[in-house]
Design a protein around this ligand. Structure first.
Ligand SMILES: [Ca+2]
Length: 398
């Protein structure tokens, strides 16, 4: 039968339109069916499948109509080629209200209309039962700061998307490159409860490196699982972007034999091997700690970690882990004296390609006769990109 239809179709094309019109089985639209005449959003069936056959190239529109004549479009003049297989549309009770919103239709009796060019429209009854009445919105969506600058300088390196959900919803959040429409997912179909939510973002997608500076679109989608979907869009700008990298060219720790209360010296040679300026703040080169101190306790705690992202060089020793304080001795990575810093005595940058030699000292008051010190780089609150460099055994006599 299907073969004959095909044959008739080919014959129709080759012998002319008259023959095609004469052949009743080649209508543009036929066999319109619904798998379920009723959908019940509570007990099921939760969906119904609209099927139809296409016998000629045509454009198909599908909509629902209320008794009052309101129309809800599901498909609008989509191009369809002849096929022996039925076209199918799964209908879950929701319809697009605009480009950003899907809404569940209210309970009631609807007429499903499938219409094709060169064919009579087909009409079927469809009932929607027990649809939850509540549609929803996503409230108070904010992106702060915006613009932000994910360039490892500890100033606005992160932005935060915050919003409020009135219901439990499945949420996705993407950042989209407007030039090629590439999507970078930040939240991927995560079930989130009602209330406030926030997502911090460092300009780094889940997959791939940091995004280039520029203005991107973001798209937040929330879906209640019942057919109601809300999409919110906006712009987010990366004013400057890059990944910092501090190379330790050399490090020396010594002397290797001292008396208790003597001082050891660590000398770092470092280089900014990245395209971004590395922001730094801390005791300057030359500062002397004692082993009773740490960077966060000295000088009225002014060097404590303030929000993260600062770069410093540091040392620690094996066995210090018990204090829960990694790398207690840290120094700023500037080659300049604090009066000459970008913001004098407050912070400085190690600029791309710039080198610095940092000398740090620690007075040993710890009564341990064998201490193995090692060096590292602290990217505050982010990572220790260089760790356990140059372990050096210091023998302490007392
Ligand atoms: Ca920044």
């Amino acid at each position: 039968m299907i073969l004959r239809k095909k044959l008739n179709y080919v014959l129709g094309l080759s012998l002319g339109l008259a023959l095609l019109i004469g052949c009743g089985s080649d209508t543009a639209l036929s066999e319109v069916t619904l798998s379920e005449p009723i959908i019940n959003l509570n007990t099921g069936p939760r969906t119904t499948t609209i099927s139809y056959l296409i016998g000629q190239p045509t454009n198909v529109s599908i909509w629902l109509e209320t008794a009052a004549g309101e129309r809800y479009a599901l498909r609008q003049a989509v191009k369809r080629e002849p096929s022996k297989d039925a076209y199918q549309v799964v209908f879950d009770g929701s319809v697009p209200i605009d480009a950003d919103t899907n809404r569940l239709l209210p309970n009631g009796n609807y007429t499903l209309v499938v219409e094709a060019e060169n064919a009579a429209a087909q009409r079927l009854n469809l009932q929607i039962d027990q649809a939850p009445s509540a549609s929803f919105d996503v409230y108070d969506l904010r992106v702060t700061p915006n613009p932000f600058s994910p360039n490892d300088d500890a100033v606005e390196d992160f932005t935060t998307f915050s919003y409020r959900l009135p219901i439990t919803a499945t949420v996705s959040l993407d950042v989209i490159d407007p030039t090629n429409q590439t999507r970078y997912p930040i939240v991927n179909r995560e079930l989130q409860g009602l209330g406030e939510h926030s997502e911090a973002w460092s300009g780094r997608p889940v997959v791939g490196g940091i995004l280039a500076a520029g203005t991107y679109q973001y798209e937040l989608r929330a879906d209640d699982g019942l057919g109601n979907r809300v999409t919110k869009r906006g712009d987010v700008t990366l004013s400057s972007a890059g990944i910092g990298a501090l190379d330790v060219l050399s490090v020396e720790i010594g002397p290797e034999q001292i008396l208790l209360n003597d001082t050891i010296t660590v000398t770092f040679k470092v280089k900014n091997n990245s395209e971004v300026a590395l922001r730094t703040f801390g005791p300057a080169s030359g500062y002397t700690y004692s082993t009773n101190q740490s960077y966060s306790s000295i000088e009225n705690e002014q060097y404590a970690n303030l929000g993260g992202g600062l770069w410093r060089v540091a040392i620690d020793w094996d066995g210090n882990g018990g204090s829960g304080f990694r790398y207690p001795f840290r120094w700023a990575i500037s080659p300049r004296s604090p009066e000459q810093w970008a913001d004098p005595n407050k912070f400085d940058y190690l600029y791309p390609g710039e080198e610095a030699t940092i000398v740090g000292r620690v007075q040993i008051k710890q009564r341990e006769d064998r201490m193995t010190f090692y060096a590292g780089v602290a990217h505050e609150g982010v990572d220790y990109p260089t760790n356990r460099l140059k372990p050096t055994l210091i023998l302490v006599s007392f």
